[in-house]
Structure formats: structure tokens, C-alpha cells
Design a protein around this ligand. Structure first.
Ligand SMILES: Cc1cc2nc3c(=O)[nH]c(=O)nc-3n(C[C@H](O)[C@H](O)[C@H](O)COP(=O)(O)O)c2cc1C
Length: 169
């Protein structure tokens, strides 16, 4: 499957998560492109719509069957760069998986909310949404959480791909 992996990462944590996810997906035979989401001027704090920035190069990704988008949790919600990119991406009919990293220890402190808003927007645009993944900074176990989440994510994508090829999705 052709998969686009797009990530907003200010300090590198979510990029690391994305790289682990890419490795897992490539290991299960997918063709993955990883794109870094950048805003101009750079966004350093939560902002509201109308977005006071433009996205530099989200890319087209029309040919991809799955689009995975990740970013940091900011102010108990999704990064504005991620939300702005979801508005532009061609999500209709595609598999969609959100993923986030966060500095607080429990997913209820922003991770769940961020994943919910990303999922709601993608579903409204016609995507087939799969469960999202949050990697909190839990007792320094964030790396292990990323590894396990990436494995689960790759399994979910494979299962969805099978369902699609059986015509049951
Ligand atoms: C402006 C701002 C707001 C943040 N708000 C939260 C928050 O509400 N909850 C949380 O757990 N972490 C919060 N963080 C921490 C980031 O989510 C965390 O460090 C994340 O892993 C950074 O990802 P990155 O390295 O990909 O940018 C915030 C960071 C910034 C810069």
C-alpha cells in the first residue's frame, strides 16, 4: 500500500515517533513517504483559525491509499499545523491514522483530545479512520510506548487493508 506519513515536530519527538512508524510499516511491505509539515512563519504556540500562517509544502498524496498525520499535543489539543494540514489533504476514501506525542504522563492530559479532534475532522472529510496513538512521557518509557504503538498501528493498517480487499470496508 502507498502510505503518506506527515508530521509536525518542533523539537523532534514526533518525528522520532514517525520514523519508528515508518520502519514498522516498511517492515510489513508498505511504500511509505515521510513529509515534515512546516509553517511560514513558524508556529511556536497554539493559535486559532483563521490560521496566521501558511503551510509550506503539504504535498499532494492523491495517489496514496493511507494518510497518517502526527504532531505534538499543544495546550491539551492538536497542533494547529496538523489541523491546518488536515483541512488541505485529500482524505476522502483513504485510511487515516492520527498520532501524537506529549510531555505530560497520561493520555487524558491532551493526547485523547488531540486525537479526537484530528479523527473528527478526517472523518468529516470522508476518511476511514483507524484508532489513533498517543505517546506520553510516562516515567521515561516514551520510547517503548512509541515502539509498541507503531507495532499496533502497522497491525491495524494490515487488518484494514485485508478488509478493503475483501470488500468489507
Ligand atoms: C506550546 C506548547 C504547548 C504544549 N502543551 C502540552 C499539553 O497540553 N500537554 C502535554 O502533554 N504536552 C504539551 N506540550 C509538550 C509537547 O506536546 C511535547 O513536548 C511533544 O512531545 C513535543 O513534540 P515535538 O518534539 O514533535 O515538537 C506542549 C508544548 C508546547 C511547545
Amino acid at each position: 500500500m502507498k502510505i503518506a506519513l506527515l508530521v509536525h515536530s518542533q523539537t523532534g519527538k514526533t518525528m522520532r515517533f514517525a520514523e519508528i512508524i515508518r520502519e514498522q510499516l516498511q517492515g510489513t511491505g508498505h511504500d511509505v513517504t515521510l513529509t515534515s509539515l512546516k509553517a511560514e512563519p513558524p508556529v511556536k504556540a497554539p493559535v486559532k483559525q483563521p490560521w496566521p500562517f501558511r503551510l509550506v509544502d503539504v504535498g499532494d498524496h492523491g495517489e496514496c491509499e493511507a494518510i497518517l498525520v502526527g504532531g505534538p499535543v499543544w495546550a491539551f489539543g492538536a497542533s494547529p499545523v496538523v489541523m491546518a494540514s488536515l483541512e488541505l489533504l485529500p482524505l476522502q476514501g483513504k485510511l487515516f491514522v492520527p498520532f501524537v506525542t506529549m510531555a505530560l504522563p497520561f493520555v487524558g492530559l491532551g493526547g485523547k483530545q488531540a486525537i479526537r479532534s484530528m479523527t473528527t475532522l478526517a472523518a468529516a472529510k470522508g476518511a476511514h479512520t483507524l484508532p489513533g496513538h498517543a505517546a506520553p512521557l510516562l516515567f521515561r518509557r516514551q520510547g517503548a510506548i512509541m515502539e509498541k504503538s507503531a507495532q499496533d498501528l502497522a497491525q491495524n493498517v494490515l487488518a484494514a487493508q485485508e478488509k478493503q480487499s475483501n470488500g468489507s470496508m
